[in-house]
Ligand binder design. Sequence first.
Ligand code: ZN
Length: 373
Amino acid sequence: MIDRDRLYAIFMELCAIDSEPTRERLLADRLREILTELGCTVTEDDTGEKIGGTAGNLIARLEGTGPGEPLLLSCHMDRVVPGIGVKPRIEGEFIISDGTTVLGADDAAGLAAILEGVMVLRERNIPHPPLEIVLTVAEELALLGSGHLDTGRLTSRCAFFLDAGGPVGEIVVQAPEQAKINAVFHGKSAHAGFNPEHGISAIQIAAAAVGRMKLLRIDAETTANIGSIMATGPTNIVVERCEMQAEARSLDPVKLRAQVAAMTDAMEGAAREYGGSVDISVVSCYQAYKLAEDAAPAQRAARAALGIGVPVRFKATGGGSDANIFNRRGIPSVVLSCGYEKVHTTAERIALKQLALLAQWVVAIVADGAVSG
Ligand SMILES: [Zn+2]
């Protein structure tokens, strides 16, 4: 039913268009052009101006041709660095980059699958409910783009985000909350050779704090990581300032609070012990969600997966996505696995077969029984 060659071509075209977070202009323009050709009414919001980016979120609407409540399909337009100058190519059963950049299948696979899906709906006159297609910017910056989206303007109450790893057929119904911790340790400078005893090393405080933390995998639902420690100075001066950035995530908000408290306690304890101080700020990036497996989008995605002959698996993820924002704002949302692998690395790839299945899945979700295969 889908046109595989057309799908692979549009996928590779989208990958080749430069689009790092807050620099999505070229890709947004091309997507707007294609969606307009497909009969959608496309608007762009003012998120670009608000976040210092080159483009806002795109909201495309396609009128329904059949019964049913409106559905929302969504992807993000940005990709992680290095995402400029991507040269996608087919090698064997996969599409890969040349190894110097990511491929950008996250999230061009979703974008291409939605575009191909809409093309098929039109070509085959398949009845479908009204569609809202939301393409966000700066998702990779802790959901910055969707955070600024006015979801009150959307009518759909059943949403599908094409933005997860794993084989087509896997459906994310649970995702964690994430908190970011920024800390600045303050010590006291002194000459490191003449009178080091008068100094307090901010680096030592930070190191002691990290040494007291439980990090990485905390339990089945909780993770924590230090992302950066920054302090610079000549070796003959005791460093008085050290910055640290860390994060913690958990599917369980209570466990997240506990992990964040343990990390900040370790920072404060170390600062006290060394006679220095620490300024800490904790920001909640996004909230956790857990959707019941019988919720409308979960059931619709599962029916469609069975319809195209792939096994269904409901799962939890350790990463956030725009679905965290939408679920929080009362639009029940699942995240669909797109078949891509090794995302956020230059070894990122997607199997041709998975990309084709993803486009079929989109058609089956939207048509929901009006068509098979
Ligand atoms: Zn993504």
